[in-house]
Design a protein around this ligand. Sequence first.
Ligand code: PHE
Length: 442
Amino acid sequence: MQTREKWRSGLGFVLAAAGSAVGLGNLWGFAYRSSQGGGLAFLLLYILVVLVVCLPVLVGEMVLGRSTASSPFLAPVQAAGESWKPLGWLFAISSCGILSFYAVIMGWTADTFFHSLFIGLPVDMVEASDFFGRISSGNSVFVGQIISLVLTGSVVAAGVRGGIERLTRWAMPLLFVLLLILAIWATTLSGSWEGYTSFLFKWDPSQLLDKTTIRNAFTQAFFSLSLGIGIMVAYSSYLDKNNKLPKEALGVASFDTGVGLLAGMITFPIVMSFGLKDVISESTVGALFIALPTGFANLGLIGRLLAAVFFGLAFLAAITSSISLLEVPVSSMIDRLGWTRRKAVWISTFFVFLLGVPSAISLNFLGNMDAVFNVFLILGGFLISILMGWFIPSKYDQDLASSNSDQGVRRYLKFMIRWVSPPVIAFGLIVSVIDLVQGWFA
Ligand code: PHE
């Protein structure tokens, strides 16, 4: 048995968790989902879901990891017995499934970065759809997917401190500062105000009850926070007792939401200023890989440079997420099978590559993987709330008490994870499944 690694510092843990949360989901999913008609209603529902149901669950995952000091595969069983074994499997399946298509999109991101620097970007819609066709099909997709997976594997193989923490410690602050600068720059574009008001702040109260908007809010909240998939269990299992988890969970959630908003504040002005409004809500990837490159290209050489910065950042954000996805199967194999980290990394990376081949070949397949696994995350979140709120509520409380978390905060969290999170997540799960299945037969 190897001794369990530990984070170098509490801040290192928070930055790693924030690194997992902040990713392509913020830069691309947030803008896309808020442009699907929801606007401000989507934003409000999203924030409500994060504050009311996700935060207690996020703390729940952290407690599960820290109190058992086990990998996501074993932690549920350690904490509550054999009957919770399926939850460990759900974590393992979801993380491999998501990483399989996430790595493909990372590859497109790398390719767009490469185009910004060396080849050039599309300047109008005709060129843009050609461009997207090129980056999303053929051999270059496999090259991008493999590069992304190999880089991910290398960081995870270097260990919790030497790989994950070492990368996220500088990547997250850099990401935030550069995004802030880009967002400020975007305010100077002619269409900026119109961009904010026609997407982010568009107010249509009837959207609050719209099935798709509700599903979007739940999906975005769980996906963006990397919740319901065991990542926070894995990361927290390398923690000491003295971290105040509620405070850290709030930090991660605020950082994540902030980056989503910043990304929207970059995307929408660009989209509006260059007449690309319809592209953005057309497809999940329209905003990131069609509208943005075209918008940037319209600004000439400076635009290409800004595009390189943006897509470079997007890749950086993505890799701090993909390493967390890989950490779930890797830590589980180390714990369960006694493998070395290196062996676990390369075997799971290869498996994830194979699993991702259909997504690399077919956009349609990729879209379905995304839709289905998003529902898995909500299911995972529901099960965690049941586990922590109903099966081992005293563990939840004791763990928080042992790190001196404020009594009022503890009482609030205990109440929420027992009485509020389970029914609200169950509602979100049912609406999402109905909306998903209806979409298939529409
Ligand atoms: N949260 C990441 C993002 O927003 C994606 C992710 C989802 C990572 C689930 C891990 C688990 O891009």
